[in-house]
Design a protein around this ligand. Sequence first.
Ligand SMILES: Cc1cc2nc3c(=O)[nH]c(=O)nc-3n(C[C@H](O)[C@H](O)[C@H](O)COP(=O)(O)OP(=O)(O)OC[C@H]3O[C@@H](n4cnc5c(N)ncnc54)[C@H](O)[C@@H]3O)c2cc1C
Length: 517
Amino acid sequence: MAEHYDVIIIGTGAGGGTLANTLAPSGKKILLLERGDFLPRERENWDPGEVFINGRYISKDTWYTANGEAFQPQVHYFVGGATKMYGAALYRLRPQDFGELKHVDGVSPAWPLSYDDFEPYYTKAEWLFQVHGNHGEDPIEGHWSKQYPWPAVSHEPRIQELSDNLAAAGYHPFHAPCGILLDEADRPRSTCIRCTWCDGYPCLVHAKSDAETMAVRPVLDMPNVTLKVHSRVVKLETDPSGRTVTGVVVDHDGEQVTYTADIVSLSAGAANSAQILLASANDTHPNGLANGSDQVGRNYMFHNSKAMVALAKEPNDTTFQKTLGVNDFYFGTDGYDYPIGQIQMVGKSNAEAMKGEEPALTKLAPHWSLEDTARHAVDLWLTTEDLPDPNNRVTLDDQGNVQLAYTSNNNEEADRLYHQVKEMLNHVGMADHHVLHKNFYMHMSVPIAGVAHQVGTVRFGHDPGDSVLDEHCKAHELDNLYVVDTSFFPSIGAVNPALTAIANAIRVGEHLLERLG
Ligand SMILES: Cc1cc2nc3c(=O)[nH]c(=O)nc-3n(C[C@H](O)[C@H](O)[C@H](O)COP(=O)(O)OP(=O)(O)OC[C@H]3O[C@@H](n4cnc5c(N)ncnc54)[C@H](O)[C@@H]3O)c2cc1C
């Protein structure tokens, strides 16, 4: 007899972990299914060679391009999902991102809900994930009902200097919102040591606000919550009408077990949630579960981004670099009416990481010269919105593996952003810079392997003809299936996606609490 639960949540990342955290206090019987295990706390967590060159924490999965070329996607299967490795830059989308925005290559569509609908959940998400920031500094942020729980992380001297120089040149730098556990006013109580190993590394001291530490661990001792690791969901079964998920089929290291629940939430990340739906095709859902609209897997987005290293004469001895953002060009520039994107900082360069990022360029460079370059580097991350394109999609090959087709768009906007940043750096005396390969976290054979910001494959909307989920993220075609991860995004905006996924999980969780009574 299958074990029965009130709710089964598949995946423990930003979406699934937060959903579990929201539902757990209700006492409802919850099963969390996670294909990975806890990420080990070990010295290698902060070893750039292990993380960037050997890819120690990247899944061994093989995915395929539209042409059938195999690649290793930058996915992380652990309790906490991709947030174990994320940079914890926890931004809200802008109010305008929820409406229709015209771009050079087309339209970023409106969401079925507005920024006002999301605002209360953004606030709850910022408090759950202990975000540090100063609402009111970023000139284009939306309204906020409550200040961040913690003041912004202070800039280290070199970044403060950069911020001052930018402000003097007429730009509007602001303190970036960071999800870390740090109390600058009371150092002894802080757990974060402000190290350089944050963006792209797991946190050895558990001081990063990831989904494991902030959402999953706090509910694991509750008697109504069960977490099963090494539990890869292979498909969902339905009743003959096709309206109800009646079984969640799990591969536990080779042994198949089926679990049942009143409500099932698929929270496996944008590509894997689409993969599971497509792999669950049956007589009533011949094209994949919930896929009568033929939208499952389509409209995959992951940002049109560039890493950029600005080299200055003075050294940059910053350790925690991700404290500054600039949104002056988010909605365009003088004489160019299309949005062009966002500028933020990334983790500090180091010689080992540079070798992993740019193996061809750095092959002949002596280690000391890379170390010297890294010491002078100020590292920037430029993000332009990419648009939902139905042909950018996840499908399955004949073995059931993920096949990912992607053609970039809004390249003109991304180039404009790059030129604006060049000009901005020239204004502050940092003319010498270099653009790194996009997948700067590790050495990747094809660009689409950098799936860190994957969204959009199971979008929500009012119209069942062109969306998969309704506004509560319930599948239009099923009564008890929800999808709660980044797949629901109808557009991606130009800020990092995790806070929106977290806020949405709280929103859907509160809806489920009402539904479950
Ligand atoms: C290096 C890196 C840096 C990043 N930096 C930032 C940042 O600074 N700010 C930001 O906002 N975002 C950042 N992101 C992106 C952010 O982490 C993701 O947007 C977010 O985690 C997505 O949440 P999710 O719930 O959709 O998926 P995930 O968090 O990936 O969770 C999916 C979970 O499902 C599990 N799973 C997958 N398939 C199955 C299956 N078949 N059965 C059972 N379990 C399954 C996975 O193991 C995982 O635990 C970064 C990502 C990476 C990789």
